[in-house]
Design a protein around this ligand. Structure first.
Ligand SMILES: [Zn+2]
Ligand SMILES: [Zn+2]
Length: 456
């Protein structure tokens, strides 16, 4: 078996990996880099001969794993494409939105190769994809050289890790994984061996979690921040990714209300792409995915208000209300960015609650690094605004802690461990740990484009 990374940059971004046995060739994930634009955001698909891919497996619907699938398939028309059922529904909703974003950037940034694909092309691809349930092995190529099995990765709805098996080699790719249960979805359920080669994400390798952390205490702190703000007549803004974090935060708010931690009548408003994604989350309740509160439906059981997506009628702050708006990084042209500029940030009664990762270069990153009363530029086309609202940061990450990931590697004891999906200091931390704690594994940070022979 052979392994190759097609990531253009050895960091979190355009994830795509190749596994080969004899003539069979499969691609794991087809991401698009969130920080780069144009061709620089794509994996190195030029390294694959046209029409040489037998199958493509997508682990989940985040764009850094699915965003360039149509571009890959342009040159690989015969590739079969496998998803989990929920991963497919969420994934195509994300891709359709991505077309709109690229269309806007084409005009704004003069990127003439945007959009890389269109809505009709997506509909055609969606008709040919195949969905597979977890823990049910299936063939990847016509000759049966390679078989795959999905496992629940616990990261977002429908996220899977995948075992790829040949006659005499087993490779496991975690995709993005979370071993801890979140509020709505349950933690990962991965096999504990035997695995010859492990390809594992390392997102949080450089950020240890304080030992005092407990999920319960963090939820309580989050609830208290909401309750205090509502009580003083302020507005709460939680900027969230439309898929995953939105649904987790809404479920938390629902529980807080049931427990009396926050006033049950405080209005909750969602906006942007979130409503569409929440509809899909609700569709996979009851018995279709591993989750808590199987009967709970966000849109049916919560009295939510869905803000309009039309830019002419922006969503504006309202005393005592909780706004969960995408995007999580408050990127220009998103609802959370517009909301922050519409009088939210300047009001000291208001409170901005961050619940996940934000790139330091994003508007959310700028706010997190700022001091109160600093002037913040949220969008270069608009005047800067003064930060008077209170800002808090919470840890409800959808990625496993580095200790959980390390414990998993030590349990599985693979012969080879590829450390992917992490910035250099993050993957280096794992390499150093493994050298000491599991010297029998060869720990590798794969060089983009290089082929690694895994032996039989
Ligand atoms: Zn992800
Ligand atoms: Zn990712």
């Amino acid at each position: 078996m052979r392994f190759r990374s097609l990531c253009r940059h050895a960091e979190i971004g355009s994830n795509s990996y190749v596994v080969e046995v004899d003539d069979a060739r499969i691609v794991l994930d087809a991401g698009m880099h969130p920080k780069h634009e144009g061709g620089d955001a794509l994996p190195r698909y030029d390294l694959l001969e046209e029409g040489s891919v037998d199958a493509t497996v997508i682990t989940h619907a985040h764009l850094d794993h699915i965003g360039s699938l149509p571009v890959l398939l342009d040159d690989q028309p015969n590739s079969r494409v496998f998803f989990s059922p929920a991963g497919a529904d969420l994934g195509f909703a994300m891709l359709h939105n991505s077309v709109n974003v690229m269309q806007a950037k084409r005009t704004e940034l003069g990127l003439t190769d945007y959009p890389f694909f269109g809505h009709t092309q997506l509909d055609e691809i969606e008709r040919r994809i195949e969905t597979r349930a977890t823990e049910r092995p299936f063939d990847l190529d016509a000759d049966g050289h390679l078989r795959a099995t999905f496992h629940d990765a616990g990261h977002v709805l429908g996220s899977v890790a995948v075992t790829v098996q040949s006659k005499d080699h087993t490779l496991l790719y975690t995709g993005d994984v979370n071993f801890e249960s979140s509020t709505l979805i349950k933690g990962a359920y991965l096999p504990e061996g035997p695995v010859d080669t492990l390809v594992i994400e390392t997102t949080r390798g450089d950020s240890p979690r304080p030992e005092s952390y407990t999920r319960e205490a963090e939820e309580r702190r989050f609830a208290d921040a909401i309750a205090e703000t509502v009580a003083r007549g302020g507005t709460v803004l939680v900027p969230v990714f439309a898929m995953g974090k939105t649904q987790e935060v809404l479920t938390m708010i629902h529980r807080f209300k049931q427990r009396g931690w926050i006033p049950s009548r405080a209005p909750v408003v969602i906006g942007g792409l979130s409503t569409k994604m929440t509809v899909i989350y609700d569709r996979y309740a009851k018995g279709l995915t591993r989750r808590h509160d199987d009967d709970f439906r966000i849109l049916k059981d919560m009295d939510l208000r869905a803000g309009t997506r039309r830019r002419k009628a922006p969503i504006v702050p309202e005393p005592g209300a909780i706004f969960c708006l995408s995007s999580g990084m408050m990127t220009e042209n998103t609802v959370s960015n517009g909301f922050a500029r519409a009088g939210f940030l300047e009001n000291p009664k208001n409170r901005l609650l961050f619940v996940g990762y934000a790139d330091p270069d994003s508007p959310a990153g700028h706010i997190r690094a700022a001091q109160r009363d600093d002037l913040i530029s949220l969008d270069p086309r608009h005047p800067a605004v003064r930060l008077r609202a209170e800002v808090d940061i919470f840890d409800f990450s959808g990625h496993a802690t580095r200790d959980d990931l390390l414990a998993y590697i030590l349990k599985v004891k693979p012969k080879r461990t590829f450390l992917v999906h992490g910035d250099r200091p993050a993957s280096e931390w794992f390499r150093a740990q493994l050298r000491e704690l599991l010297p029998s594994t060869e720990a590798i940070i794969p060089e983009p484009g290089q082929t690694y022979d895994l032996g039989a």
